[in-house]
Design a protein around this ligand. Structure first.
Ligand code: GLN
Length: 273
């Protein structure tokens, strides 16, 4: 068992995150804080992390470290106490059944998440967790899962799934990823999307929108995971978190993203030409 997977008595054990060194979920020793300490919380990694979504947490932690900050990675499991410090929140996709399993806990932490959202805490919520950040998710069987209402969106399950690679235009440049959802999401009045679909289906396959953004809360259907091939978006989230954590503007290092850039550009060329 790694340091990271040790759990306090009565709390579920953490999942190992590939590539994350042991102790990465622990506060650094005094003098080892680098440019600052950024607390990152991954919500429900066991129930809600499919199609590689845990890779978003891995990417953020690795990039935080490369930028000269220290990441403290928390995993929040149903029934556990929510971490005291949180500068960046990540949630992934899941089956409808996984969404049902986290509903009760989500209700417990709802006010904390709403307050953090209003305070500008960056959050990246993929697919199933995106749906639960909205007003409601009505499953294909007609079961209504109430959402947190942080994003003004409503989702209904369909018999037909929306599956395939996606290219978006976003404020962070072109973003690539992979969608697989039966839920069809409609933006409410005044709700900004995360991006506009250039290739793929997005929120509902009809209005050309993908995902949603309110404050610094981003919802998106894009798995892949989304962040490794889209480092500009990853760094935008880190910049917001670094400012909250340190009270100073983000001080980025000059990172070599050649491989990520090549992967993204090749995918865009393949899908849009
Ligand atoms: N269960 C949801 C849907 O199919 C979410 C799927 C997902 O997270 N990939 O719409």
């Amino acid at each position: 068992m790694t340091e990271q997977s040790k759990a306090p008595t009565g709390q579920p054990a953490d999942l190992p995150i590939l590539g994350e060194p042991a102790r990465s979920g622990m506060e650094p020793e005094p003098g080892q804080e680098g440019k600052g300490v950024i607390h990152l919380v991954h919500l429900y990694p066991r129930e809600m992390s499919i199609y590689g979504d845990l890779g978003n947490t891995r990417t953020l932690a690795a990039r935080i470290r490369r930028h000269g900050y220290v990441p403290v990675v928390h995993q929040h499991h149903p029934g556990a106490d929510f971490p005291e410090q949180a500068h960046l929140i990540v949630g992934g996709g899941g089956q409808d059944s996984g969404q049902v399993r986290v509903e009760r806990d989500l209700d417990v932490i709802a006010d904390r998440l709403r307050t953090m959202a209003a305070d500008g805490v960056p959050m990246l919520m993929i697919c199933g967790m995106y749906q639960l950040m909205g007003n409601a998710f009505i499953t294909v069987e007609g079961k209504r899962l109430p959402g947190l209402g942080i994003l003004n969106v409503t989702t209904r399950g369909n018999e037909k799934r929306m599956i395939g690679p996606v290219v978006l235009r976003t404020e962070f440049g072109d973003v690539v990823g992979y969608e697989n959802h039966s839920g069809s999401t409609v933006l409410g009045e005044g709700q900004l999307p995360f991006g506009h679909v250039v290739s793929g289906l997005g929120n509902n396959g009809e209005d050309g929108t993908e995902g949603a953004r309110s404050h610094n809360v981003f919802g998106s259907y894009l798995h892949g995971p989304i962040l490794p091939a889209n480092p500009a978006f990853a760094d935008a989230l880190i910049a917001m978190a670094a400012e909250l954590a340190t009270g100073r503007p983000f001080e980025p290092a000059d990172l070599d993203d050649e491989i990520a850039d090549q992967a993204r550009v090749r995918q865009i060329k393949r899908l849009v030409s």
